[in-house]
Design a protein around this ligand. Structure first.
Ligand code: HMG
Ligand code: MG
Length: 285
């Protein structure tokens, strides 16, 4: 197999948001700087959510202010509402992400809104971002299974993906939030979503709780997906998804893709250095 596959590094956000120890901003900055050297085009480094909900992300503005920005790299931030959008802009995020859920149970638990309410909440963010050409990524959580509602019907994911894409998200990241998906479930979900959103605008965001993430990436590759989110060192989880463990480890995904013959553009030695840093941050916890 050949061609390019991009890994979108989410470790400094999705990875660290779940760590119990209050990680000093300097440690986060050092990790991001190492990741910048590893060759990523997009790194999610911040989250402008309520610090009452996710205390670990409270230093996000300081992280964005302190990193050594590498030209050509986009540094991304989560924004749940207009307050988060304004803070992300003020901190200099190069792109932002809104995050919805395909299941009602997780939507309520994670952002205290129904799916319909969250779509309304995102509209002003999309409008403001469009005004200044700021790229907005759209996450959809619980694309195959929800910790509260059980299995998610693929058509429900497709419908939400269609809404977020048609409202201006440039890419839709499909989250197996609790890492319980299997390749056949991922394939059924992707076939439904592909009917509504071009496959070139989809990304796979797979947590690795049950150890299926690499197989789920393979299933997605065979259906045309060429962007995958991963967290260096396998850090992470979601504080509002019981049982969710880390994202699939970036260094494993990169090695796997290279073995299959894909080009990730990453320097695997520097990536391994970042993985060691990430793991040490967790050990210190
Ligand atoms: P709420 O309690 O319904 O709303 O939270 P609120 O408006 O009443 O706000 C509560 C407090 O937060 C208020 O402060 C607000 O001012 C403040 P108080 O008056 O009590 O002192 N507040 C904020 N502070 C800072 N920045 C803001 C902000 N907004 C309000 N932007 C809200 C609603 C959306 C804010 C809350 O539910 C929240 O922050 N949720 C975020 C949860 C989260 O970050 N989850 C993890 C990320 S999602 C994820 O990991 C999944 C993903 O990886 C994909 C996958 O794996 O599936 C993306
Ligand atoms: Mg996630």
């Amino acid at each position: 197999m050949s061609g390019q596959v991009e890994i979108f590094e989410v470790g400094p956000r999705d990875g660290l948001q779940n760590e119990k120890r209050e990680i000093p901003v300097a440690e986060k900055i050092a990790l991001v700087d190492c990741l910048s050297r590893a060759g990523f085009s997009r790194i999610e480094v911040a989250s402008f959510v309520s610090p009452k909900w996710v205390p670990q992300m409270a230093g996000s503005a300081e992280v964005l202010a302190g990193i050594a920005r590498k030209p050509g790299v986009r540094y991304a931030a989560l924004t749940p509402n207009m307050r988060g959008y304004d803070d992300a802009r003020a901190a200099g995020a190069d792109e932002i992400a809104i995050f919805a859920s395909a299941s009602e149970g997780f939507s309520k638990a994670n952002i205290n809104a129904t799916i319909a309410e969250s779509i309304e909440r995102f509209k002003p963010i999309l409008k403001a971002a469009r005004h200044i050409d700021l790229p907005v990524r759209g996450y959809i959580s619980c694309v195959t299974d929800c910790p509260f509602d059980g299995p998610t019907p693929p058509e429900q994911v497709a419908e939400l993906a269609d809404i977020l894409f048609s409202q201006g998200c440039y890419e839709i990241s499909l989250g197996d939030t609790i890492g319980r998906a299997t390749p056949d479930k991922i394939a059924r979900m992707l076939m439904a979503v592909r009917n509504r959103v071009p496959v070139g605008r989809l990304a796979g965001h797979y947590h690795d709780t049950a150890g299926h993430a690499i197989a789920n990436i393979d299933a997605s590759l065979s259906l045309g997906v060429r962007v995958f989110d991963a967290a260096v060192g396998g850090l992470g989880g979601c504080p509002y998804a019981p049982g969710a463990s880390g994202n699939v480890a970036t260094e494993r995904v990169a090695a796997h893709l290279e073995r299959l013959g894909y080009d990730t553009g990453l320097d695997l030695d520097v990536l391994n250095e970042a993985a060691a840093m990430a793991k040490a941050m967790r050990v210190a916890a």
